[in-house]
Design a protein around this ligand. Structure first.
Ligand code: DGI
Ligand code: FE
Ligand code: FE
Length: 189
């Protein structure tokens, strides 16, 4: 598959750091897709595109919500960091005309996660944590876990995210809570 067209669009829409991040997530998503028997070309494309509206001004994102009839729930409205997953999914579907529902949904939930994620959605969510450009305290643990199983990495990532959000006193999105409850429920009840 030829990704040149998409890389050109990304170069225009993203700052350098975010562009490099997108290439790194694409590589990592492809690696995980091969390891876990998912579609590696699709995973690479989802990785490339996942943050496509991350550097878009607030106004442009609001315009996307308006134009494509998207209603934000209250927590999303309050947390601008969540917007790019919603606007990005709408952008790739309606403007780039990406028709693959798995790619659209993986981009849509790459920030909050959600209940009942598919293997493909988990791969993108986790590639965003373990890509080569990432540098946070637990990145080594995450990289080890993601090579053991997607489930163990999801549990760690959701725990980590919820702890971070609570420390910052940020609102936790219901999708994040539902994803968390699903990964812990099997062990601790
Ligand atoms: O776009 P990236 O930086 O590559 O990564 P991302 O799309 O996973 O975004 C991470 C940010 O999203 C991080 O600052 C925490 C925030 N976030 C994730 N889940 C939630 C959340 N913020 C709020 N308020 N609530 C959530 O449930
Ligand atoms: Fe993101
Ligand atoms: Fe990202």
């Amino acid at each position: 598959m030829d990704y040149t067209k998409y890389k050109e669009i990304l170069k225009q829409r993203l700052n350098e750091k975010r562009y490099i991040h997108s290439l790194a997530v694409a590589d990592e998503a492809k690696r995980l897709a091969i390891k876990y028997y998912a579609d590696s070309e699709k995973a690479y494309l989802a990785g490339l595109l996942h943050d496509i509206t991350k550097n878009a001004p607030k106004q442009e994102q609001l315009q996307i919500f308006d134009r494509f009839g998207i209603m934000l729930d209250n927590v999303t409205k309050n947390s601008e960091k969540l917007w790019h997953a919603v606007s990005g999914a709408a952008y790739i579907e309606n403007i780039l005309k990406i028709s693959d529902p798995e790619i659209i949904s993986a981009v849509r939930y790459h920030t909050t996660a959600k209940q009942n994620m598919s293997k493909f959605e988990k791969i993108l969510y986790l590639a965003d944590f373990t890509s080569s450009d990432r540098d946070y305290p637990d990145v080594d643990v995450m990289r080890n876990l993601v090579d053991i199983s997607l489930e163990s990495a999801m549990e760690y990532a959701l725990n980590y995210t919820i702890n971070e959000l609570r420390d910052k006193k940020a609102q936790i999105h219901l999708d994040t809570v539902l994803a968390y409850n699903e990964v812990v429920k099997k062990e601790n009840n």
